[in-house]
Design a protein around this ligand. Sequence first.
Ligand SMILES: Nc1ncnc2c1ncn2[C@@H]1O[C@H](COP(=O)(O)OP(=O)(O)OP(=O)(O)O)[C@@H](O)[C@H]1O
Length: 264
Amino acid sequence: MDDLTTRIPVPLVDPERPAGLVARVESLTKSYGAHGARVDALREVTLGIRRGEFTAVMGPSGSGKSTLMHIMAGLDSPSSGRVWLGDTEIGSLGDEQLTLLRRRRVGFVFQAYNLVPTLDVEGNLMLPFELDGRTPSVREREWIDELETVLGLDARLGHRPHELSGGQQQRVAIARALVTRPELVFADEPTGNLDSRTGREVLQVLQSATRGYGQSIAMVTHDPVAASYADRVLFLADGRLVDDRTGMTAAEIANYMLTMEQVS
Ligand SMILES: Nc1ncnc2c1ncn2[C@@H]1O[C@H](COP(=O)(O)OP(=O)(O)OP(=O)(O)O)[C@@H](O)[C@H]1O
């Protein structure tokens, strides 16, 4: 597989746009259930995801990582607090606008790949455009071709997901998340189903998408090795943001998690 960083010098992020936060939440709270059975999944969380960075959201099981990601991606609504994607406040959008935001401005990569089994690789990559009721422009077609080459999918375009390895399926899912050049890609345990070597390859692809193209990525994981590929690690514990660190090694993250688990 080629290295994204060396092949394409064209930045994904429009240089005219100011650097800063691609998404943020303010005093975000999410509770499930009521009274005695109430679970506070998020408690007054305030944070920003920086544009052009690979951010990992780490924390013990049940700390609120998935809930945070779902709310930031407009897949779930908060109990209270505010959420922005770029300058758009998500809470102010109606259902239709929210659907368009999810379709056009964010991308998703899931642990289970979530490819359409009846479509081949090319069909899966075209899906975001089909759902949007349009065909790719010439520039978009060039970008799709580049992604297919860089992600090593050229020889697989006519194959269906069951004919691919897990790592290949996840590369298709990453390419599909990138084809529309979304402002932010959300990745939920993207290496959860992969062996460690294939997992590392997928993490390198995500890292290269940030370093080579300036793609903003927010990845939820409980794996210290996966988080060490990120530029920045946000730590959640018991529904709260407890730390915000950069440049951590896998060993440092693992130690940090161990300390968190001992304290809680
Ligand atoms: N739909 C729901 N109904 C009730 N409780 C929920 C629901 N979704 C999440 N929770 C609770 O909210 C808390 C946070 O869950 P969340 O899935 O966000 O944690 P997580 O950090 O992603 O965990 P994991 O690493 O195990 O996936 C947990 O206590 C969970 O049981």
